[in-house]
Design a protein around this ligand. Structure first.
Ligand code: HEM
Length: 481
């Protein structure tokens, strides 16, 4: 009641609170209805994916208060307020409780950690995914893409479901580049993480009452504990194998991949870098999950969009041919792929793999004219920003690459924070360059070999299962060049 009063006295309102459930029942009902059947091919997917926000934003204004059970959450869709909120350290660094199943995937890894631990983990990850190391990863990315394309050649079919193919590819890339392994070696690990992801989606809108989950475990939580223990054992095995192959105590710079950097941090004499074995396991889970789930989706949605916009596909192919001819992509070349950069940005705008980000107000904080009470969550729906005609113009729902021809700053029309595919502020995605490089390499190699269109069997049904996924995959017709 106090939070409601404080917020409404500042002009922020929202749907009425219902005892115990807050608004979770309404949210589930609305999402079940909006995603109960596929949609026509249209890119205006905000009302389908987040029908509750779409409807409430019309009724209550740009920023609203709603309730996940007893937890208050402020939804922000005003770029200016978002900017102020993300510049307040007490908010931009705070991460909300994600529930008992999701925490089994991410645990105390970099996505959810806070304070000094976050700073240590972030330093190591930044080091692992920057500069020369990114350059050294290019051959592994090319190799994984080659393996996928060879599989396609052997299969010889014209129609291909690409989402699954890209999941295998991206798993292989993250295994090779970050862990010195491969998809085949890590297959069981990926399968268990995937099963955990599906459980998170299934239970996403369940009401969680503080303390109750510790006393009563439902069957999903029991299942997630089994999966978590399997993931833990597989990662420990991988760590033991790795420890045998590296000489601990070498200079950091000699570490060839992320896992080696993490393991060196376990023995670091400097407390600013030291990590516990639990933190290392959680970071491995985080990077295995984040490292493949998002990129496979970006690649799937780009292929879908180029499959229906064949004119742009042709322009992208011409550009790839100009830069690489029939040679394998190089880091120097991919920085020159301007049209492909525009295609990737427009895809990330219309189909952002990560639909929303959340923060927790760690202590009462004033942002601009607004006072935010401690412990409320802040929800930033990237999709709402990305599809807002006030920011992008009346054609906001259309695939229109020209908007990115003069770069992102120009496209967002003086609305910093309006384009959020990789987040905003100090916790912005630590591997965005890695992701963009991988996407450009894989797309270049496909365009060098195939012309493609969307299959008549494709069914347009975007859904949110943690990330923005194509419910029935992405079926594409390929024609070898
Ligand atoms: C297209 C691909 C990707 C997209 C769209 C994406 C999106 C995002 C977003 C929106 C955030 C911010 C979350 C927040 O503010 O709470 C984030 C953070 C993060 N991402 Fe990515 N990501 C991608 C690829 C990757 C890859 C490949 C990795 C790992 C190899 C990765 C690892 C992380 C980590 C560890 C964080 C947390 C950073 C922190 O809190 O300091 N992401 N990502």
């Amino acid at each position: 009641m106090r939070i409601k009063y404080v917020m409404s006295s500042q002009g922020i309102s929202g749907p009425p609170y219902t005892f115990i459930y807050g608004n979770t029942k309404d949210i589930s009902n609305m999402i079940n209805k909006s995603t109960s059947s596929p949609m026509d091919i249209s890119h205006y997917i905000f009302p389908r994916i987040q029908p509750h926000f779409h409807s409430w934003l019309h009724i209550y204004g740009k920023n609203i208060l709603y309730w996940i059970g007893p937890q208050a959450e402020l939804v922000v869709t005003e770029p200016e307020l978002l900017k102020e909120i993300m510049s307040a350290r007490e908010i931009s660094m705070g991460k909300p409780d994600v529930g008992p199943i999701f925490s089994k995937i991410l645990g105390g890894g970099l996505v959810l950690s806070q304070g000094d631990k976050w700073a240590k983990q972030r330093k190591i990850a930044t080091h692992a995914f920057n500069g020369q190391r990114l350059k050294n990863m290019v051959p592994a990315m090319v190799e994984s893409a080659k393996m996928m394309l060879e599989r396609w050649q052997v299969a010889g079919t014209k129609e291909m479901e690409v989402y699954n193919e890209f999941k295998i590819l991206a798993s292989d890339v993250i295994s090779r580049t970050a862990f010195g392994s491969s998809y085949e070696e890590g297959k069981q690990l990926f399968q268990k993480l995937w099963a955990l992801t599906m459980l998170v989606s299934k239970t996403a809108n369940k009401t969680r009452l503080p303390g109750i989950g510790k006393i009563f475990k439902d069957k999903d939580v029991v299942e997630s504990e089994k999966l978590q223990s399997g993931v833990h054992d597989l990662i420990m095995q991988m760590i033991r194998n790795k420890e045998k192959t590296i000489i601990l105590g070498d200079e950091d710079n000699s570490a060839t991949d992320y896992l080696e950097l993490l393991l060196k941090a376990r023995y670091d004499i400097d407390d600013d870098y030291k990590l516990s074995i639990h933190d290392i396991i959680d970071d491995c889970k985080t990077f295995y999950s984040a490292g493949h789930a998002t990129i496979s989706l970006l690649l799937s949605w780009v292929t879908f969009l180029l499959g229906i916009n064949t004119k742009w596909q042709e322009k992208a192919r011409e550009e790839v041919q100009e830069v690489f001819g029939n040679q394998n992509p190089s880091l120097e070349g991919i920085t020159r792929l301007k049209k492909m950069g525009m295609i990737i940005n427009e895809t990330l705008r219309l189909y952002p793999p990560s639909i929303s980000t959340n923060r927790k107000v760690m202590k009462e904080t004033r942002v601009g004219n607004m006072l935010l009470p401690a412990n409320i969550n802040v929800h930033i729906p990237a999709l709402a920003f990305h599809q807002d005609p006030e920011i992008w113009g009346e054609d906001a729902h259309q695939f229109k690459l020209e908007r990115f021809s003069e770069g992102i700053a120009n496209a967002i029309n003086n609305n910093p924070g309006a384009f959020l595919p990789f987040g905003y502020g100090p916790r912005i995605c630590v591997a965005s360059n890695f992701a963009i490089n991988e996407a450009k390499i894989v797309l270049s190699m496909i365009l060098q070999r195939y012309r493609f269109t969307i299959s008549p069997n494709y069914v347009h049904a975007p859904v949110q299962n943690i990330s923005l996924r194509p419910q029935y995959g992405v079926k594409i017709m390929f024609q070898a060049l």
